[in-house]
Design a binder for this molecule. Structure first.
Ligand code: DGL
Length: 269
């Protein structure tokens, strides 16, 4: 069991920010990633559609014999909450690990949450934060354009378009005096510098990929399915759109290029 891979999925490439962290935290683990690049974004779709897509994505990973599934997507984690109960193996989304880290990080009790429209409308992070500490004040803002910026490689902190969109979305939270901001969508760490430049260094950014990787490590340990091999693990990537477009953009998320182990699949088949 322990040598089986960890399955990770996202609507597109954002989940690779979690893969990058998983590789750091659990270098010996094998990883199978599925990015639904033909159907991204999920964040502006109905709950029914997001749940249907999430089930298909998880079923694909199950067919690969994975031992744990991570929904490295704020939208799926927020909307398809019952997915967890339908799976025969351990599962985590990004909401609980990320909200837990934010509750620990805040000093002034003012936490901002940004995500896709579906994530913010679901209230998922807010509910989890208040469940853990009901004295915290939560500020939410959906930022759908951030996903488009990142998927189209508008990511430089010096790019005036990025700066403008960041200011438009975050002005109110800055005025509200948050000291902690949840990057509630796995695409957002890619523009973390631009966000941090605008909000100031005193605002702590919580990266859902990083927190979820740490949480997954605990989950593997508590289920006794950590890979104890001394070999470095392998990663295979599957996408529903073209392999070429994945290769072009994946480096932005992973920090290194991906030449091998990328395959196209038909997720509707
Ligand atoms: N990566 C997805 C998330 O974390 C955002 C992209 C989308 O809208 O599908 O919510």
């Amino acid at each position: 069991m322990s040598e089986q891979a960890i399955g990770v999925f996202d609507s597109g490439l954002g989940g690779l920010t979690a893969v990058k962290e998983l590789i750091k935290v659990l270098p010996q683990e094998n990883i199978v990633y599925f990015g639904d690049t033909a159907r991204v974004p999920y964040g502006s779709r109905s709950s029914e559609t997001i749940k249907k897509y999430a089930k298909q994505d998880a079923d694909f990973l199950l067919s690969k014999g994975v031992k744990l599934i991570i929904a490295a997507c704020g939208t799926v984690s927020s909307v398809a909450v019952e997915l967890k109960d339908t799976l025969p193996i351990p599962f985590t989304g990004v909401v609980v690990p990320t909200a837990t880290a934010a509750v620990k990080a805040t000093h002034n009790g003012k936490i901002g949450i940004i995500g896709t429209s579906a994530t913010v409308n679901s209230g998922s992070y807010k509910k989890e934060i208040l469940r853990q500490n009901d004295r915290i004040t939560v500020f939410q803002q959906d930022c759908p354009l951030f996903v488009s910026l990142v998927e189209n490689s508008f990511i430089s902190e010096d790019d005036p378009i990025v700066q403008l969109v960041v200011e438009r979305y975050l002005k109110q939270m800055k005025e509200d005096g948050i000291d902690t901001l949840i990057l509630g969508c796995t695409h957002f760490p890619i523009i973390a510098k631009a966000i941090s430049n605008y909000l100031g260094r005193h605002v702590r950014l919580i990266d859902s990929g990083r927190e979820t990787a740490l949480y997954a490590a605990n989950l593997l340990g508590s289920n006794n399915i950590l890979n104890t091999s001394s070999k470095i693990g392998s990663c295979s990537y599957f996408v529903s759109d073209t392999v070429e477009s994945f290769r072009r953009t994946a480096e932005i998320f992973l920090g290194h290029s991906v030449e091998a182990n990328v395959s196209h699949i038909d997720i509707n088949a």
